[in-house]
Design a protein around this ligand. Structure first.
Ligand SMILES: Cc1ncc(COP(=O)(O)O)c(C=O)c1O
Length: 401
């Protein structure tokens, strides 16, 4: 997946010269293979490239841009807070932080009593795992095959395939077992009295927009209760409205012990959160959790603005409407089936998804791929309109089967 600095994917867009601008030298560490796009501006669901092309964004910067670009409430919250008080750490109480925590817990609709604000999805998962070990005094985690939980030592250790692909640490910091998706029998045999927690994405993102479903989540919950393990739902990608409900756990009728979230939580401002149910909250000791930037006032102002926008712009209804239109209108051309939940959509393609991705980009639509080579992954902003779904349909028909 990583591109060398001199690879065609990487040089096609980064620092590309234009009529008015010389090429910029590239000192950046090569991270992802890059799309051949030089984006200079964005508005709503549209990206504008350096050469003036408009591209429909159905990927949202890895599921981040939930409100699209230039959302008035988000921009006002961020700039207003920057002017009022740009930063103070958790060593100082802040009303904006208290409000963000209260709003987030209320928004979740689930039984949580404490929030720990962090900076990213991986950091939220790292702290969730730590709380699970603290609560249970056990050292074994069960994760699900094809999961993705982040790139840090703990989060990477519970990510499927990381050890052979990119993990980089000499050993995992605790015991981890992986169980197959939707395999009920494996839950019974692998989640045991030595298990501290099960960590699961209710709808897997990187793994291919794969919905694990209510019965599977209920079985995990029941087994965790039987053996005294905790259930951690990683909703970094599928949470904060993306499935047409505040969180996928709620949609599937499950109360986790912890939810981790990030991405759409800040809708473009970096932040993450760990929500804790009373049993976990009771185990927090002062000085056990910490961060400099997590819970900063600008992040918290943005979190409030994101929840405001989701609630007052009726974005959950909008997500559900677009989700059903995509599924009824876009199984055409190279797409033969769909999976996933809400606006975490997996379109199963007859030919490699990378080829369909490239063909869509030629037609001015940016989609995503996934670890499943035949799944095109869509993670569009929640402000997407029905007319944009029709543009996708037209492009897929034009590509043909
Ligand atoms: C489900 C899930 N968990 C965790 C992460 C890691 O989040 P971050 O990149 O903010 O550390 C991701 C990122 O893609 C994710 O999809």
């Amino acid at each position: 997946m990583n591109a060398r600095p001199d690879s065609p994917e990487r040089t096609a867009a980064a620092g590309a010269p234009t009529a008015t601008q010389p090429a910029l030298p590239d000192y950046l560490a090569p991270v992802f293979a890059q799309y051949p796009l030089r984006i200079v501006a964005a508005e709503g669901v549209w990206l504008t490239t350096g050469d003036g092309r408009r591209v429909l964004d159905l990927y949202g910067g890895h599921a981040v841009a939930a409100l699209g670009y230039g959302h008035a409430g988000w921009t006002a919250a961020l700039t207003g807070q920057a002017r009022t008080l740009s930063f103070q750490s958790n060593a100082v109480p802040l009303d904006v932080r208290l409000r963000a925590a209260q709003r987030l817990i209320r928004f979740s609709g689930l039984d949580f009593t404490r929030v720990f604000f962090v900076n990213s999805g991986a950091e939220a998962n790292e702290n969730a795992l730590k709380m699970a070990f603290t609560c249970t005094q056990r050292a074994h985690i069960v994760a699900i095959e094809h999961s993705f939980h982040g790139r840090t030592a703990g989060a990477g250790a519970v990510t499927w395939g990381a050890a052979s692909k990119w993990y980089g640490f000499p050993r995992a910091p605790f015991d981890v077992g992986f169980i197959p998706r939707r395999d009920m029998a494996a839950i019974q045999t692998q989640v045991t009295a030595r298990t501290a927690a099960v960590i699961v994405e209710p709808v897997q993102g990187v793994g291919g927009a794969f919905d694990l479903g209510a019965p599977y989540l209920a079985a995990l919950r029941a087994r965790c209760d039987e053996v005294g393990a905790l259930l951690i739902c990683d909703e970094v990608q599928c949470g904060m409205g993306r499935v047409g409900a505040p969180f996928a756990s709620g949609l599937y009728g499950v109360q986790p012990d912890m939810i981790t979230t990030a991405k759409a939580l800040g809708a473009g401002f970096p932040c993450g959160a760990l929500l804790m149910a009373p049993r976990v909250a009771a185990a927090i000791r002062l000085d056990a959790l910490g961060t400099t930037f997590g819970g900063g006032p600008m992040a918290c102002a943005v979190i409030e603005a994101v929840i405001d926008a989701i609630e007052s712009d009726q974005l959950l209804e909008r997500v559900r409407a677009r989700a059903s239109e995509i599924r009824s209108r876009c199984i055409v051309g190279p797409v033969r089936a769909h999976q996933g939940e809400g606006l975490l959509v997996g379109l199963r393609t007859t030919r490699p998804a990378r080829e369909v991705h490239a063909a869509l980009l030629e037609r001015g639509i940016l989609a995503g791929t996934s670890a499943d080579p035949h799944i095109l992954r869509l993670l569009p902003p929640y402000v997407l309109g029905a007319q944009h779904v029709e543009l996708l349909r037209d492009a897929l028909l034009d590509i043909g089967s």
